[in-house]
Design a protein around this ligand. Structure first.
Ligand SMILES: Nc1ncnc2c1ncn2[C@@H]1O[C@H](COP(=O)(O)OP(=O)(O)OP(=O)(O)O)[C@@H](O)[C@H]1O
Ligand SMILES: [Mg+2]
Length: 334
């Protein structure tokens, strides 16, 4: 299948008083048409910055995309200029983004209907009446009961889960090709979380869109993503199909992440093991494996310098110096 989005060697840095923060340090990934991918990693590893970079939403200063290509439908978005007409029509048009906290992206002084209608008028040039009708349909589609009445409500009159549903309606309202959902379910309970993910999966099928799910919880993407990219300290350290990541996970960090979240396919009561230590400070990072200080295999590690991604099977890539021969999970199995 053809790649809809192809990101190559993306680098984004922030100039701070403490020094240079390499928030995203040369990541490459792709999303095929109608594919769901997961982008996973602990807080601060560069997930949001990477996504904001592709949409050119990084505040400059202090931030800057310093290298890379973002090929979308055959064109490099980074050449469009951040605030030009072309980029504005991509954002909210062909690519839409759902943020973690809907209250920050919904306008509190406009009704939900007004906001949806405005989007449809602006991006799809729909006449007012058609837009109003479509707005109700969209809310019905994402499961808002009594949508024709609730359309006149303000965002604060909805629960957190419902606001996320409204965000999903907005995200798909302009017939995008790609939806980026950045921690879309962190602020809701687990039942609502599962419902929202099912809803998004359903939307992907119905509207032929591709979806990037950004999350710190590897468990969340297990059932939904076809492929997964694991990030650590601004880089991708492992990627592959869901099976590669969940069954044949290789990098000690990925294995650690898996052991630290509850899984449906493991017996109940199994102890969760957090990864010891903290993610590194990204200011003035040395060019070594960033996971080394936390790696349970550090003493066995033969490598120096940063380990480049290497292919270990068809779609499975890993950035680790050690040749585990399938044994990277033994440490955590104890
Ligand atoms: N405006 C900014 N100025 C300076 N540093 C920034 C800025 N925005 C982000 N960063 C830094 O970039 C790094 C990556 O941040 P990012 O928001 O992408 O993390 P994340 O993986 O999305 O984490 P989370 O799971 O908490 O959302 C962090 O070290 C953060 O401090
Ligand atoms: Mg984030």
């Amino acid at each position: 299948m053809a790649a809809l989005l192809k990101v190559r060697n993306l680098k984004t840095q922030f100039r701070t008083e403490g020094g240079l923060v390499k928030a995203v340090d040369g990541i490459s990934y792709h999303v095929d048409e109608q594919e769901i991918i997961g982008l996973v990693g602990e807080s601060g590893c560069g997930k949001s910055v990477s996504q904001l970079s592709t949409l050119q939403l990084i505040p400059n200063p202090p931030g800057e995309v310093v290298d890379g290509e973002v090929i979308f439908e055959g064109k490099d978005l980074l050449k469009f200029g951040a605030n030009g007409e072309k980029m504005r029509s991509v954002r909210g048009g062909k690519i839409s983004m759902i943020f973690q906290e809907p209250m920050t992206s919904l306008n509190p002084v406009l009704t939900v209907g007004e906001q949806l209608v405005e989007m449809l008028e602006l991006h799809l040039k729909m006449p007012r009446q058609a837009a109003e009708k479509r707005a109700v349909e969209l809310l019905e589609m994402v499961g808002i009961p009594d949508a024709s009445a609730r359309i006149d409500n303000y965002p604060h009159q909805f629960s957190g889960g419902m606001r996320q549903r409204i965000m999903i309606a907005m995200a798909i309202s302009c017939n995008p090709k790609l939806v980026i959902a950045d921690e879309p379910t962190t602020a809701v309970d687990v039942t609502t979380q599962a419902q929202l993910l099912e809803l998004m999966k359903d939307m992907v099928r119905r509207f032929n869109v591709s979806l990037i799910i950004v999350t710190h919880n590897l468990g969340v993407v297990a059932r939904y993503a076809q492929r997964i990219y694991v990030m650590y300290a601004g880089r991708i350290i492992e990627s592959g199909t869901s099976k590669d990541i969940f069954i044949d996970s290789y990098h000690p960090y990925t294995v650690g992440l898996l052991k630290s979240v509850p899984r449906l396919d493991e017996q109940r009561g199994k102890k969760l093991v957090p990864i010891s230590g903290l993610p590194p400070n990204l200011v003035n990072m040395p060019d070594i494996c960033a996971f080394r200080p936390r790696c349970p295999y550090a003493t066995q590690c033969p490598g120096e310098g940063y380990p480049e991604l290497r292919q270990i099977s068809d779609q499975h890539f890993v950035a680790c110096h050690i040749d585990f021969q399938g044994k990277s999970r033994e440490f955590y199995a104890k």
